[in-house]
Design a protein around this ligand. Structure first.
Ligand code: HDE
Length: 713
C-alpha cells in the first residue's frame, strides 16, 4: 500500500493561494489600481454607487462570519498522521489499521465545550478531541473527549444540558463557566451526571497543555473483521508527555494573562518541532462478554476500568503541521461520528445514536450547504462519486445526463461496491424488541463509578475536587440547589460532601431530595427509576488519577522556565541553565524589569525576552533566580514578589543559586518552605552542573502539590 502520509497535503495544495509577487485584483481577476480611495463625485463629493470595487470589498467583509459551533466553538487544530504500530486485522478489516508502518494523514481539532469562539482556553471544561483520518477508504472521524464518560445517558437530554451550562439566557453570563445556577440546577436533578461531575471537578478539566491530555472515544464501538466477526471496543489515546494540569487559581490568572494559552502552546510546540504525540489504543470486549460487567457497555456514563480490560496500543498519533489558515481548516472542518470506514461500526449507546443525527444537521446551518464535504479540509482523499447534486456553492462539475440509480444511460455508473470490493455494510446485529420510550434498568447505577473515580484519586487530587466544588457551588445563588448537590455528593462520599459543605457554610441533608419533586414524573420520564448503587469489581484504578497515572513520564520537553534577572546578572548562570534546558528540549526565558538587553556582571549584555509587565509566573512551568550583584534589589518590586508568590502557590519548581538565594529568602513564603520540599532548589555555588541537573530532575515531577498542605488549612 502506498504511504499516504502526504496525500492530504497534496490534495490541499490545489486550493492554496499565495499572493507573493502577485497583483491585487478583484474577485473577478481585475487588477486594482487604487485600493485606498473609493470612487467619488469630486474630491469632496459623495461616493458613487457604481464603485463596484468598493461594493465587492465591503460586501465580502459584511459576510465574513459564519455561525460558531453550538458547542465546542473554541478550538485549535493541527495536521498530522496516524501510524500503525500494531496491526489488528484479526479484529477489523479497516484498511488503515492493517499494515505496520502505514501512515494515514489526519487533522485534529481540540476544543472547550461551553465557551464562545473567543473565550478563554483555561475554562474548567471537558476538552473535545476530534480526529479526522483521511483514509484510502474514505474519511473516518473519531470524535472524542479528554474524559471517558459523559454527563447524560440519552441524546434527548443534550439540548437541556447545553442550555443549562451556556451563559444564562436573560443576561448572557457567565461566559465559558459552569459555576452558575442553571448548570447546577440541572445537574442536581440528574443523578446520572455524578460520575462525569467528578471528572469535570477534577484537574482533568484544567489541562496544562492540549498535548498533555488523554483522549477517549467515550462510547462503545464495534470492530468487524473480514470474516464478519465483531468485538466491542473503547478507544483511548495516551499522551507521550503524560497527563498534567495547572492549578485552578493559575487557570483563572492564565485566562487574564493569555486567553490563547493552550492554542499558543500547541502552535509553538509544532513550530519548534516538538510534535505532540499520543498512543492510540483499544479496550477489546468480546461480544460474548457484553453482559459480563456490573455496568452496561451501552451506558456512556460508565468506563471500563483498565484493570478489567487493558488497553492494547495499535498506533501513534502525531501532530506535525500547523494549519495555513485558521478559518479554512480549523473552523471549517466538520466532524461526524457517522463518518465510518468498513470494519468500524457503532454500538446502540443511545447518546451515540442521537449524535449520528446531530452532526450533519448542525453543519447545514454552520457551513450553510449540504456541499460542506467539498470544502478542502473536509474533502476525502478517496474518490467521491454519487448522485447527490447541486445545492449552495457546489464546486464539482458533474458531467453527463445521469444523476440517478439504477440507470442504463450511464452504464449503471457509479456502481455499488460488493463487500469484497470495499463496500460498507452495517454489522448484522439481530434486534428483536418492543418499541419503547425508556431506559434500560442496567443504566440505573449513578453513583458506583463516581465513587470508583473519587476513591482512585490521591489526597491532593481529592482536595482539588473539594475546592472545585466549593468554588462552583459557592457561585450558585440559590441555596436549595447547593443543598440538593450536597445530598448527591453524600451518595458518592460522605466526607466529600461534608468538606464541600464546610466551605459553603451549609449542612449535608440527611436524606437526598428526589428529582421527582421537580417536574420529573415518577414513572420513567427520565428513565429514572430510583438510582441504585452497584458494588464495583474494581475499588481503585491508577489509570483514573493524573498524579499516579501510568502514562506519566518525567520528561520536561517543551517546558518553559522563567529566569528572573536584574542588571549585573551572572551571564554564566543564565547560560548554564539555558543550555541544560535546551538539551532536554525545554527553554529558558530571561525576564527583567525592562525589555531590550540587560548588563551582566562582567559588563557584557544578554537579551531580555520579557519584562515583568509582559510575563507572569502562570505562563511558565518553573522559575530560576540566577546569581547577580543587584538581584536583591528586586525584593522591592511588587511584580517580582507576585511572580515568585504565584510560582510557590502553584507548586512549581523554584531554583536559585549564589545571591539569587537572597531574593528567594526575601519572599513572604520563605519561612513556610519545608526542607522536605524537593521543588525548591538552592545552591551556594554559581552556575554549577549539579544545580542544573537537580533543577531539571525536580521539574520532571511537574508540580509539588503537597506544598498546598501548608498553604491552605
Ligand atoms: Fe458532540 N457535537 N454532541 N459530543 N462534539 C458537536 O457538531 C452532540 C458528545 C464532540 O472540533 C456539534 O460540528 C450531541 C459526546 C466534539 O468540530 C454537534 C451529543 C462527545 C465536538 C454535537 C453530543 C462529543 C462536538 C457542534 C449528545 C464525546 C467538536 C459542532 C447526543 C464523545 C468537533 C459540530 C469539532 C461537536 C452534537 C455529545 C464530542 C451539535 C447531540 C458524548 C469533540 O453536532
Amino acid at each position: 500500500m502506498e504511504n499516504l502520509q502526504d496525500s492530504k497535503h497534496r490534495d490541499l495544495t490545489k486550493n492554496k493561494s499565495d499572493a507573493n509577487n502577485k497583483f491585487l485584483t478583484t474577485d473577478q481577476g481585475l487588477k486594482i489600481n487604487d485600493d485606498n480611495n473609493s470612487l467619488k463625485a469630486g474630491e469632496r463629493g459623495p461616493s458613487l454607487l457604481e464603485d463596484f470595487i468598493l461594493r465587492e470589498k465591503i460586501t465580502h467583509f459584511d459576510h465574513e462570519r459564519i455561525p460558531e459551533r453550538i458547542v465546542h466553538a473554541r478550538g485549535s487544530g493541527a495536521h498530522g498522521f496516524f501510524e500503525v504500530t500494531n496491526p489488528i486485522p484479526e479484529l477489523t478489516k479497516a484498511g488503515f489499521l492493517q499494515t505496520k508502518g502505514l501512515k494515514t494523514p489526519i487533522f485534529a481539532r481540540i476544543s472547550t465545550v461551553a465557551g464562545s469562539r473567543g473565550s478563554t482556553d483555561l475554562a474548567r471544561d471537558v476538552r473535545g478531541f476530534a480526529i479526522k483520518f483521511y483514509t484510502e477508504e474514505g474519511n473516518y472521524d473519531l470524535v472524542g473527549n479528554n474524559m471517558p464518560v459523559f454527563f447524560i445517558q440519552d441524546a434527548s437530554k443534550f439540548p437541556d444540558l447545553v442550555h443549562a451550562v451556556k451563559p444564562e439566557p436573560h443576561n448572557e453570563m457567565p461566559q465559558a463557566a459552569s459555576a452558575h445556577d442553571t448548570f447546577w440546577d440541572f445537574i442536581s436533578l440528574m443523578p446520572e451526571s455524578m460520575h462525569m461531575i467528578m471528572w469535570i471537578m477534577s484537574d482533568r478539566a484544567i489541562p496544562r497543555s492540549l498535548r498533555m491530555m488523554e483522549g477517549f472515544g467515550v462510547h462503545t464501538f464495534r470492530l468487524i473483521n473480514a470474516k464478519d466477526e465483531s468485538v466491542f471496543v473503547k478507544f483511548h489515546w495516551k499522551p507521550k508527555l503524560g497527563t498534567h494540569a495547572v492549578a485552578w487559581d493559575e487557570a483563572q490568572k492564565i485566562s487574564g494573562k493569555n486567553a490563547d494559552f493552550h492554542r499558543q502552546d500547541l502552535w509553538d510546540a509544532i513550530e519548534m518541532g516538538n510534535f505532540p504525540e499520543w498512543e492510540l489504543g483499544v479496550q477489546v470486549i468480546p461480544t460474548a462478554d457484553e453482559h459480563k460487567y456490573e455496568f452496561d457497555l451501552l451506558d456512556p456514563t460508565k468506563l471500563i476500568p483498565e484493570e478489567l480490560v487493558p488497553v492494547t496500543i495499535i498506533g501513534r498519533i502525531v501532530l506535525n503541521k500547523n494549519p495555513d489558515n485558521f478559518f479554512a481548516e480549523t473552523e471549517q472542518i466538520a466532524f461526524h461520528p457517522g463518518h465510518l470506514v468498513p470494519g468500524i461500526d457503532f454500538s446502540n449507546d443511545p447518546l451515540l445514536q442521537g449524535r449520528l443525527f446531530s452532526y450533519t444537521d448542525t453543519q447545514l446551518s454552520r457551513l450553510g450547504s449540504p456541499n460542506f464535504h467539498e470544502i478542502p479540509i473536509n474533502r476525502s482523499i478517496a474518490p467521491v462519486h454519487n448522485n447527490q447534486r447541486d445545492g449552495h456553492m457546489r464546486q464539482e462539475i458533474n458531467t453527463g445526463r445521469v444523476s440517478y440509480h439504477p440507470n442504463s444511460l450511464g452504464g449503471g455508473c457509479p456502481y455499488q461496491a460488493k463487500i469484497s470490493e470495499g463496500g460498507f455494510s452495517s454489522f448484522n446485529e439481530r434486534i428483536d424488541s418492543h418499541k419503547i420510550r425508556g431506559r434500560s434498568e442496567s443504566f440505573n447505577d449513578h453513583f458506583g463509578q463516581a465513587k470508583l473515580f473519587f476513591n482512585s484519586q490521591t489526597e491532593v487530587e481529592k482536595s482539588h475536587i473539594v475546592k472545585a466544588l466549593r468554588f462552583e457551588l459557592g457561585k450558585v445563588e440559590t441555596a436549595a440547589i447547593r443543598i440538593r448537590m450536597l445530598g448527591l455528593l453524600a451518595q458518592i462520599d460522605q466526607q466529600l460532601a461534608e468538606k464541600v459543605a464546610l466551605g459553603l457554610g451549609a449542612q449535608v441533608p440527611d436524606s437526598p431530595e428526589k428529582p421527582m419533586n421537580h417536574g420529573v414524573s415518577p414513572e420513567n420520564e427520565m428513565g429514572n427509576q430510583e438510582s441504585t448503587t452497584v458494588k464495583q469489581s474494581v475499588s481503585s484504578s491508577d489509570a483514573l488519577t493524573m498524579i499516579k497515572n501510568p502514562t506519566n513520564s518525567n520528561t520536561i520537553t517543551s517546558r518553559k522556565v522563567a529566569i528572573i534577572c536584574n542588571e549585573g546578572v551572572s551571564e554564566a548562570c543564565v547560560a548554564n541553565i539555558k543550555s541544560a534546558l535546551l538539551k532536554e528540549g525545554a527553554k529558558g526565558f530571561v525576564i527583567a524589569p525592562h525589555q531590550g538587553s540587560l548588563k551582566t556582571e562582567n559588563d557584557g549584555a544578554i537579551p531580555v525576552d520579557f519584562s515583568f509587565l509582559t510575563a507572569s509566573s502562570v505562563l511558565f512551568d518553573a522559575v530560576y533566580i540566577p546569581h547577580g550583584k543587584k538581584i536583591i534589589a528586586l525584593e522591592q518590586n511588587e511584580e517580582v514578589q507576585e511572580f515568585l508568590n504565584d510560582a510557590y502557590k502553584h507548586c512549581k519548581v523554584i531554583g536559585a543559586d549564589g545571591d539569587g538565594q537572597k531574593l528567594l529568602k526575601a519572599t513572604s513564603f520563605a519561612s513556610k518552605i519545608k526542607t522536605s520540599d524537593k521543588g525548591i532548589i538552592m545552591k551556594e555555588e554559581k552556575a554549577s552542573k549539579d544545580f542544573a541537573t537537580e533543577f531539571i530532575k525536580a521539574m520532571g515531577k511537574h508540580r509539588y502539590w503537597e506544598r498546598e498542605e501548608n498553604l491552605y488549612q
